[in-house]
Design a binder for this molecule. Structure first.
Ligand SMILES: Nc1ncnc2c1ncn2[C@@H]1O[C@H](COP(=O)(O)OP(=O)(O)OP(=O)(O)O)[C@@H](O)[C@H]1O
Length: 286
């Protein structure tokens, strides 16, 4: 079984992210949809939390809410001790969206120089920027391709350039939206090894989304989502034990079956109650 989790005990520090009663509505017009429905969870510090669930369940929306780019968010959502979206969080969070945001006509180093200049402008910061750029390129293992045009890199290498951009400024929280999608198994493994190096060496907190359940085995903690709700928050081992499953995927499917059975039981109880209300009304009106 894939597993490169170090047995880091959970930290006693306050969570990097704390959510309670979090609801997000999306869509324009008169009937926006509830995409996240009254959810509560914590993301512990200094660990890798996997945000897993099927396509469309709300992972990207949740990540956008955490980094402060999502509208119509209600409830409590605290990030590194501030409400999500607070200006003090800007330099403390790195965010990588699903589409790599790199300029194809610039080299790897030029891409990083550009973003470093935006983050830390001015002549006086030139040495600091150079160091940060070199460190980020080393961290993502692209030193040998530093002078290659981003447009000539493979998909996995471009993803690593995006990750290097997010690492500039040494963020405490990295939010990575499906960073391994479309990558071959070797590149996926390399990227997960890199995530573990980042938590181990920088003490950063990582929140990584995926709809590939076997990636769950590589995380310290899991948030399993389905249809805008959190189905479970657990470690992979605890989830497998609790659901008597051999893999996280099997455990997830058991939880889905349980949730469906509960929803059906509620629906049956509601229709029984509605039927007896109709009978009672008929009796009264006779
Ligand atoms: N701009 C939008 N307006 C209205 N609804 C949206 C918008 N973007 C996403 N949604 C809806 O919100 C729900 C959650 O989408 P989201 O992108 O957060 O899911 P996801 O789990 O990240 O999916 P994927 O794994 O495919 O990226 C989906 O039902 C989607 O249709």
């Amino acid at each position: 079984m894939m597993n490169n989790r170090s047995e880091t005990p959970p930290s006693a520090a306050p969570p990097a992210v704390h959510a309670h009663g979090l609801t997000v509505r999306r869509g324009t017009g008169r009937t926006p949809r509830t995409v996240l429905d009254d959810i509560a969870f914590d993301v512990p510090r200094g660990r890798i939390t996997g945000l897993l669930g099927p396509s469309g369940c709300g992972k990207s929306t949740l990540m956008r809410a955490i980094v402060g780019t999502q509208a119509h968010v209600t409830g409590t959502l605290d990030v590194l001790g501030h409400p999500a979206g607070h200006p003090a969080l800007r330099s403390r969070i790195g965010y990588v969206t699903q589409a790599p945001s790199v300029y194809d006509d610039l080299t790897v180093r030029q891409n990083l120089d550009y973003f470093a200049a935006v983050l830390d402008p001015g002549r006086a910061a030139a040495d600091r920027r150079r160091e940060a750029v070199t460190r980020a390129i080393t961290d993502v293992d692209l030193t040998a391709r530093a002078d290659a045009l981003a447009g000539n890199l493979s998909g996995g290498q471009r993803s690593r350039v995006s990750l290097a951009v997010a690492l500039l400024g040494s963020p405490e929280l990295l939010v990575l939206d499906e960073p391994t999608v479309g990558l071959d198994p070797v590149l996926r493994r390399d990227l997960w090894n890199l995530f573990h190096d980042i938590t181990a060496t920088r003490g950063a907190t990582l929140l990584v989304s995926s709809h590939v359940m076997d990636e769950a085995e590589r995380c310290h903690d899991l948030l399993l989502m389905r249809e805008g709700r959190i189905l479970a928050q657990d470690t992979p081992d605890a989830l497998r034990t609790r659901t008597h499953a051999t893999t996280v995927e099997e455990g997830f499917l058991r939880l889905v079956d349980e949730a469906n059975a509960k929803a059906n039981a509620h629906a049956d109880a509601d229709s029984d109650a509605a039927a007896s209300n109709v009978t009672a009304l008929r009796e009264q009106t006779r």
